[in-house]
Design a protein around this ligand. Structure first.
Ligand SMILES: Cc1ncc(COP(=O)(O)O)c(C=O)c1O
Length: 280
């Protein structure tokens, strides 16, 4: 039986095969809308408040009217009530702009088990290839239409980068700017260890403000480290004592190789995963 659970705003939990989107929904025809993917543990969405805040910021940048915080939280809760509380998963909350010219937004929450590949990557780590994004690290600050920092439904470029990485025989990609700065993965943030400092990329580069990376930096002291947002290069990762991609679904995965070059073995991987509360 398909374990996934679907809940729709105003309708509650519905069968997974229920027709849901109209053909002219701008979420489908233009990738116009926002989403959040949250980790599901012990029957709840981890960092729900932070995800809903980020969704509100994303939708403000798109001039998209979201249902209020309580309605979205209730929708997620309704979906999770139909999900076994001892099962790890993700819940994806989607809000499209709705049918062209008419609205209202189409809003739903879909709960899914963690992909097997993600679980494997938590254990075994990942090989990563850099993917040039074609603009400078500062470009998005002065070009709001590039939607820096927005978690929009327009993920075509990100998914293409992942397929391209797979075509190179790698597990994941790391976007780099045209002026040589590391940015983020197509669906993840990059974190690295420089001495006793746990680093992730500065948000003024227009990357998505990753909540998993933020949590790690906020709790770095639990690993005897300090956390810092900074700008970095591929060499910073190659010279680091460990580098990881992290996200709400996969948790944290050690980068074993970057562009075919081995990275340090990163003995802290288990500690960081435990701080985040992800199982192996
Ligand atoms: C482009 C991008 N950057 C970073 C992340 C990591 O964000 P979070 O840790 O909030 O899941 C994601 C998550 O999907 C993402 O799509």
């Amino acid at each position: 039986m398909d374990p996934r659970v679907l809940a729709v705003l105003g309708r509650g939990v519905v069968p997974l095969d229920l027709p849901l989107l109209r053909a002219d929904d701008l979420g489908v025809s233009r990738g116009d809308g926002v989403f959040e993917t949250m980790h599901v543990r012990e029957g709840s969405a981890w960092l729900l408040g932070e995800h809903l805040s980020r969704m509100a910021s994303s939708s403000a940048r798109l001039d998209l009217a979201l249902p209020d915080h309580t309605a979205l939280a209730d929708l997620v809760a309704a979906a999770l009530q139909a999900w076994p509380s001892d099962r790890e998963g993700t819940v994806k909350l989607v809000c499209t702009r709705g049918p062209e010219g008419e609205g209202p937004p189409t809003v739903y929450a879909l709960v899914t088990p963690i992909a097997l590949a993600s679980l494997t990557q938590r254990r075994a780590g990942i090989t990563v290839v850099t993917a040039p994004l074609g603009f400078t690290a500062d470009a998005r600050a002065s070009a709001p239409w590039l939607l820096g920092g927005v978690k929009s439904l327009s993920y075509g470029v990100n998914m293409a980068a992942l397929r391209w990485a797979a075509g190179q025989g790698c597990d994941d990609a790391l976007f780099v700017s045209s002026d040589g700065e590391i940015l983020e993965g197509p669906t993840s943030s990059v974190v690295w260890l420089d001495g006793e400092t746990l680093c992730t990329v500065s948000l003024d580069t227009g990357i998505l403000p990753g909540l998993t990376a933020a949590y790690l930096l906020d709790h770095a002291a639990e690993a005897g480290l300090t956390g810092e947002y900074r700008r970095g290069t591929v060499d910073d990762l190659l010279d680091s004592s460990g580098a990881w991609l992290c996200s709400s679904g996969r948790g944290i995965a050690r980068i074993t190789e970057l562009d075919g070059k081995p990275l340090a073995p990163a003995p802290l991987t288990d500690t960081l995963r435990e701080i985040l509360g992800f199982a192996l």
